[in-house]
Design a protein around this ligand. Structure first.
Ligand code: RFL
Ligand code: PHB
Length: 388
């Protein structure tokens, strides 16, 4: 098999890269380890930055999102028994879109198939080769047969646990990492949202996040131990804890819990995001804690930068943008890292912190909620920094 760009992974990064390449007239094949049903059902992110929502619409994959999503002007911060609204639209003139990652994934898969593009699902033994030279290859087993894709470039879009990043020779890439002493216990439940917009709640028992997917489906999270045992959390206990952490400001309506997860919290960056003709994009190159809602948006941003660099190469054989790929992406990535870390520190309890730290944290929340300058900085980052 021969194509211009071989892509490993059909998550937001790989699908967006393939979609944007297709629009530039560049062929690609996606090799994915899981089934289509699995990729379309994996519940993860829920929030799309304004530029990314605009890009989905402008590139012809935003019609269903426009019909079914919810557009929010801001968020609520909840602390000391009160809700404080941060109005992004008033502060910076932008909004955010609430639309599940798995819905974007479904829309991108449908579009790719309609465009005649290829996605090979259920591949095993995927490996990447030859990216140090001019003739990269992806090898894999598909439908019981060994197969190989010859390509000019490889998009390493296979997430944090994929094979692309570990295939880069040790020493050629540097890692920056930070773990957090807690995780998130998340539920998806059939119930009406507790408020019209998301609530980030700081409480002496820990952080809680009240998000949503639709007027009848909620996504709620509780700060928990990194290795929390879900068996210790029957539905009733989760609802009680959510109610407690809202500090009496609202009472969440309860309903059937459809899914329960424990998510790890990590900050991670691989530098550079390129080795020869292998380009890492999305979670394979960087992970942010979910507090800033940035992961999927960064995956889209990488796909955009990489597709433009590859398009410039085929148009004029210029490698300038390809050489600048990592540095261009990392400027955005590190700002998203900073913001995600800051939001995480703002609203979580860190076990090592003292009563002094708690007072300082409350003062910071009070400052953000009541200073236009501070709220503006949160707003500017949350809705998504300008794209280059
Ligand atoms: P993905 O989505 O992990 O996709 C990688 C794909 O590669 C496949 N794969 C392989 N394929 C072939 N061969 C191999 N050896 C392979 N190994 C893996 C996988 O099956 C998969 O299909 O990475 P990608 O595309 O970089 O996308 C990143 C996003 O998924 C991620 O950053 C976000 O979900 C993070 N995130 C959020 N991001 C936001 O922008 N807004 C949010 O509100 C938000 N909330 C969240 C989140 C992540 C969470 N969790 C579960 C960590 C909330 C949570 C709880
Ligand atoms: C979600 O809806 O899953 C969600 C929203 C905002 C976040 C994290 C997750 O910061």
């Amino acid at each position: 098999m021969r194509t211009q760009v071989g892509i490993v992974g059909a998550g937001p990064a790989g699908l967006m890269l393939a979609h944007l390449l297709q629009r530039a007239g560049i062929s690609s094949v996606i090799v994915e380890a899981k089934s289509r049903a699995y990729c379309e059902a994996r519940i993860r992110a829920g929030l799309i930055e304004q530029w990314a929502a605009d890009m989905l619409v402008e590139t012809g994959v935003g019609a269903r999102m426009k019909r079914e999503s919810m557009v929010h002007d801001g968020i609520y911060l909840c602390f000391d028994g009160a809700l404080h609204h941060i109005n992004f639209h008033k502060l910076v003139g932008k909004r955010v879109t609430i639309y599940g990652q798995q819905e974007v994934v479904k829309d991108l898969i449908v579009k790719r198939i309609a465009d005649g593009g290829q996605i090979l699902f259920d591949c095993t033994d995927v490996s990447v080769h030859g990216f140090d030279g001019q003739a990269p290859k992806i090898r894999f087993r598909h439908a019981g047969k060994e197969d190989e894709i010859d390509c000019d470039f490889i998009g390493g879009c296979d997430g944090f646990h994929g094979v692309c990043r570990p295939s880069i020779p040790a020493g050629a890439i540097k890692f920056y990492e930070r773990e957090y002493p807690f995780g998130w216990l998340g539920i998806l439940a059939e119930a009406p949202p507790v408020a019209d917009e998301l609530i980030y709640a700081y409480h002496p028992r820990g952080f809680a996040l009240f998000s949503m997917r639709s007027p009848t489906l909620v996504r709620y999270y509780l700060q928990c131990a990194p290795d929390e045992d879900l068996n210790l959390w029957p539905d009733q206990k989760i609802w009680d804890e959510l109610e407690t952490r809202l500090g009496g400001t609202r009472v969440p309506k309860r309903g059937p819990v459809l899914e329960k997860i424990v998510a790890q919290m990590r900050s991670f960056v691989a530098e550079p995001m390129q080795h020869g003709r292998l380009f890492l994009a999305g979670d394979s190159a960087h992970i942010v804690p979910p507090t800033g809602a940035k992961g999927m948006n960064l995956a889209f941003a990488d796909g955009r930068v990489l597709s433009r660099a590859i398009a410039a190469f085929y148009k004029s054989r210029s490698i300038e943008l390809l050489d600048a790929y990592s540095a261009t992406c990392l400027r955005r990535v590190w700002k998203a890292q900073r913001f995600s870390w800051w939001m995480t520190r703002l609203v979580h309890l860190f076990p090592e912190e003292t009563p002094f730290d708690r007072r300082r944290q409350l003062a910071e929340l009070d400052y953000v909620a009541n200073s236009e300058a501070a709220a503006k900085s949160l707003a500017e980052n949350y809705v998504g920094l300008p794209i280059e």
